[in-house]
Design a protein around this ligand. Structure first.
Ligand SMILES: [Zn+2]
Ligand SMILES: [Zn+2]
Length: 358
């Protein structure tokens, strides 16, 4: 099989022919149809030390090609989206319906999936590894879907769409009539915007320094845009929300300064939700007295607090009904061997979402 591996920090991914390590009885081999390219892939390249080769890509869908002897969740020929975190249905969190926190995750992260030509082995990012023509995954990561939607749209449900849309609907629980501010309007940010629109927000303010991203955000449901280079973005949001700030603000970049901005553009009594993943050493200073006296809530949102076995099906129904636009988020297609170009296009802000189509 062919795969794109992270080998060295800040270097291009290495495109290699690799051999699958024998899958286990609960493993599934999936022929990849499409894989989104996500900022978390870039974060691995920029932040992780080299030395532990890993197949990148964690936003994939495809068709089941083979199942181990104990697999019961899927069968060959089924279309599946591979979930960013598995759902084992047996652990403490899964039994409490908090499946995005499933305890099986470290196991799937650590499983070696392929052998390289030099004999070394590699695991798969998030237990997915979708920058490849095949994925070898635990059955707990496989969510079967029954739809005719194109694969490039389904792939986005695996990470970015669910992360953003779920943050609005599941984590923050945006209410009808609410005002919403979103910092960062890439694939995840536009998904937050769509979630806020579906939830019935009255005003959705899209904040991004790139004019192309602000323009695109209007097409996904934003009612106003703010250019943060055009004056203090906190004051600009307050000017659009009666001087108070938004009921809900989302930070979708993962930068401390922007997290503080998100807090300060949220009104008293409002909810600030952190969606972007900051570096491991980053901290966010909270004004402790005002947190109490102004009745503020700050939430972290991992994977849109999604219960994927429920949410993937309802997201697909919303897309099929035309209530959510995933096709418009797929800005450009790339071949697997063009994966480094796709990552560059994302880093440079040229795409809402680039997708590897196989
Ligand atoms: Zn992602
Ligand atoms: Zn679990």
């Amino acid at each position: 099989m062919r795969a794109a591996l992270f080998v060295e920090k800040n270097a291009d991914l290495s495109l290699e022919d690799v051999s699958p390590i024998d899958p286990g009885p609960r493993d599934v081999v999936v022929k990849v149809h499409a894989s989104g390219v996500c900022h978390s892939d870039l974060a691995v390249i920029q932040r992780m030390p080299g030395g532990n080769p890993m197949i990148l890509g964690h936003e994939g869908c495809g068709e089941v090609a083979w199942t181990g002897s104990e697999v019961s969740r899927v069968r060959p020929g089924q279309r599946v989206i591979i979930a960013l975190t598995p759902v084992c249905n047996q652990c403490w969190y899964c039994l409490r319906q908090e499946t995005h926190l499933c305890e099986l995750w470290p196991t799937v992260l650590g499983t070696k999936r392929v052998r390289r030509a030099d004999g070394s082995t590699a695991n798969a990012m998030s237990g997915v590894g979708s920058f490849a023509d095949e994925m070898i995954v635990h059955e707990a990561s496989c969510i079967p879907v029954d739809t005719d939607l194109p694969s490039d749209q389904l792939a986005l449900i695996g990470c970015g769409f669910t992360t953003g849309f779920g943050a609005a609907l599941n984590t923050a629980q945006v209410t009808p009539g609410a005002t919403v501010a979103v910092i960062g309007c890439g694939g995840v940010g536009t998904s937050v915007i769509q979630g806020a629109r579906v939830a019935g927000a009255s005003r959705i303010i899209a904040i991004d320094p790139l004019a192309s991203k602000r323009e695109a955000a209007l097409g996904f449901g934003a009612t106003d845009t703010v250019d943060p280079t055009d004056g203090d973005p906190i004051e600009q949001v307050k000017a659009l929300t009666g001087g108070r700030g938004a009921d809900f603000a989302f930070e979708v970049v993962g930068a401390e300064a922007l997290q503080v901005q998100a807090l300060e553009m949220t009104r008293r009594g409002g909810t600030t939700t952190l969606v972007g993943v900051a570096g491991g050493a980053a901290t966010m200073p909270l004004p402790a007295m005002r947190m109490v006296m102004e009745d503020r809530t700050v939430k972290g949102s991992y994977y849109g607090s999604a219960r994927v076995t429920r949410d993937f099906a309802r997201f697909i129904e919303l897309i099929e009904a035309g209530r959510v636009d995933l096709g418009g988020m797929v800005t450009k297609h790339f071949a697997l061997d063009q994966v480094n170009e796709a990552i560059t296009a994302m880093r440079d802000g040229e795409v809402v979402r680039g997708v590897l189509a196989l």
